[in-house]
Ligand binder design. Structure first.
Ligand code: DGT
Ligand code: CA
Ligand code: CA
Ligand code: ZN
Length: 579
């Protein structure tokens, strides 16, 4: 974990402990500072070495926080945090990972029932003790039980957005080792699954021991879990990284095998067997004349294995993109010559869902436009939150404020470096209603409508109604899921996609790694129904434009082609769609 993230975590824990004690206001200040430190491109370790004043150069960090930061960088914690921890010895992160359990709930349940960790919480809920605590009821108790189950299921898997940087750092490390030949990520990370069990890296080399030895000395390795002659595992940033080193001639077959998925590999292997071939991590073998193909790993004539493309070609198939290897019909499509030409990172030309300081973003319209231009986008759509169901704490804009923002965009648009559409992120109420007046919706260029409240149960009718609204252009994060936090709405994706296709409403792939909503299989259904996909980042700050790649690869998991993707069109094409 970077030092910035470590320090941010400490400040957040401190903020949560204060909240749990019933302290007002101060926790917010610490949360804001934590967020700024986490996002800052400045290395907190360097700033801290210069002293508290240097740390104060980071946004939202005042004198008192800067001193705690210096202490945290030097000692790994700070005094006031340890005092709060002694006061309330709870597993804060673990407990608040349960949907509906915030720091205040943790404080209440600690005081009333001495709940300190997830096991305590589960026991208290099962024993029916929580319903009797003041401010809680049977329904809350039930919700907590369901939340615990969901939180437990997700334990041990990392978000793609957290695993990818670690995997890429490992890859960069191997690429710099002189003895290493070809290096690739494999496993679920190469398939861009939304959550990652462990990180797999494959290296081809004639000197395998040298690569393994180097890996055990990797700067970013916090612990060596095991090291053998052809594989090793280390822990980095809390995540397990599995290395396999193979001889160069077997790099392609090993890459194919270790990319998975297991289900894809089984389908592929059976396809090959039917055609007289044997496939494993060592190559493709022609066993049509071999009496006992199961006699060993390397029987028959070896016809492929050096490259991955060669593996598929050997049995008469075009190479299947890693994101598609989930056994969703890709081998049959390859055999029929029907593989899609997947959308690529370079195809995306704009971002149609982002926020500014008008709602909960941190930057002005101009700043977001300039950053988008720098990122390479041709257009953006400013879609700040509207008030309505699910928008708490005065985050959303009312209709007057939206009109004001629309006028502002019209006034400055000629001076902005790229096309800026004036939009809104409206809320979809439980009955499918949209939280902004119809005439205003009609005046805006781009209406994203998203569910933000009551994110449980079946949401199909609700989303169909929103998709049918004449002014709604995009359904934002359709299910409202938050990976590891809440499952979101249950959806009949085919029905939603049909309504979307019929009414020229796009369905979003929200690129935020916590969401990835829609996800691969749902994108595939949507595309098959003829719906248009909008790959958006929901950015609240310029660096978040970079999250778009997670959206692109998620769309690729759903077999989306550039033609299916709204944000792969040019500004004129988008304007036409929005009309
Ligand atoms: P993860 O780590 O749980 O997110 O998922 P993967 O897909 O990365 O799985 P992992 O790390 O256990 O193994 C990497 C790949 O190796 C996997 O995708 C396919 C291949 N593999 C592993 N074990 C088997 C197996 O027993 N049979 C087959 N056919 N392939 C396997
Ligand atoms: Ca893995
Ligand atoms: Ca693995
Ligand atoms: Zn939203």
């Amino acid at each position: 974990m970077s030092r910035n993230a470590e320090v941010a975590d400490l400040l957040e824990t401190y903020a949560d402990l204060l909240s749990a004690q019933g302290v007002d206001y101060k926790p917010k200040v610490y949360e804001r500072a934590a967020e700024s430190i986490r996002d800052s491109p400045e290395d907190i370790e360097k700033l801290a070495a210069e002293g508290p004043e240097a740390v104060q150069r980071i946004q939202d960090v005042g004198e008192s926080i800067s001193e705690k930061v210096v202490e945290a960088v030097e000692t790994g914690t700070f005094e006031q945090l340890e005092e709060e921890r002694a006061e309330m010895p709870v597993e804060m992160a673990e407990l608040t990972s349960v949907e509906g359990v915030g720091p205040k709930t943790v404080g209440d349940l600690y005081r009333a029932l001495d709940v300190r960790d997830l096991d305590d919480l589960e026991n208290a809920a099962r024993e029916g003790e929580i319903r009797d605590v003041s401010g809680f009821g049977e329904k809350t108790e039930q919700n907590i039980l369901e939340g615990i189950e969901f939180a437990r299921q997700s334990q041990g898997r990392e978000l793609l957005g957290d695993a990818r940087p670690v995997g890429e750092a490992a890859l960069e490390f191997f690429e710099a080792i002189p003895e290493a030949g070809r290096c690739e990520l494999a496993g679920s990370l190469r398939r861009w699954k939304p959550t990652i069990g462990d990180i797999d890296v494959l290296v081809g080399s004639d000197d395998r021991q040298a690569v393994i030895d180097a890996f055990t000395e990797w700067d970013e390795a916090d612990e060596v879990i095991e090291a053998g002659t052809d594989k090793a595992s280390v822990r980095s940033d809390g995540q397990r990284v599995d290395l396999r080193v193979v001889v160069p001639e077997e790099f392609g077959s090993a890459l194919q095998y270790f990319t998975g998925s297991k289900e894809h590999n089984i389908r592929f292997r059976n396809y090959a067997i039917d055609r007289g071939f044997k496939i494993n991590e060592y190559g493709v073998f022609d066993v049509s004349d071999v009496e006992d193909p199961d006699a060993g790993q390397r029987v028959g004539e070896r016809v492929a294995g050096e490259t991955e493309e060669g593996m598929y070609e050997a049995v008469g198939l075009p190479c299947v993109e890693p994101e598609m290897r989930e056994d969703r019909g890709e081998i049959a499509a390859a055999a029929d010559g029907d593989l899609p030409d997947l959308v690529g990172e370079g195809d995306v030309r704009g971002d149609l869902h982002l926020h500014t300081h008008w709602s909960d973003g941190g930057f002005t319209i101009e700043e977001m436009a300039e950053a988008a231009a720098e990122f390479g986008h041709d257009y953006i759509s400013v879609c700040d939150h509207a008030t309505g169901p699910g928008m708490v704490g005065g985050v959303g804009l009312d209709d007057d404020e939206l009109r004001e923002q629309l006028a502002e965009i019209r006034a400055i648009e000629d001076d902005l470096p790229i096309t800026v559409f004036a939009g809104v992120e409206a809320n979809i109420a439980e009955d499918g209603g949209i939280s902004v007046a119809d005439d205003l919706l009609a005046d805006l260029d781009c209406v994203v409508a998203s569910p933000h409240s009551k994110l449980e149960g079946d949401g199909t009718d609700r989303l169909v109604a929103a998709a049918e609204h004449p002014s709604v252009d995009i359904i934002g994060h359709p299910s409202g899921r938050m990976i590891h936090q809440r499952p979101g709405l249950e959806l009949d994706v085919d029905a939603v996609a049909r309504a979307a296709a019929d009414h020229d409403t796009a369905l979003e792939v929200n690129s935020n790694p916590h969401r990835l909503d829609l996800w691969g299989s749902a994108v595939k259904q949507a595309v098959e129904e003829g719906a248009t996909i909008a790959i958006d980042t929901d950015a609240h700050s310029p660096p978040e434009y970079g999250l778009v790649r997670y959206g692109v690869h998620t769309a690729r998991r759903g077999w989306a082609q550039a033609d299916d993707v709204l944000s792969a069109r040019d500004a004129e094409g988008v304007r036409e769609f929005l009309h």
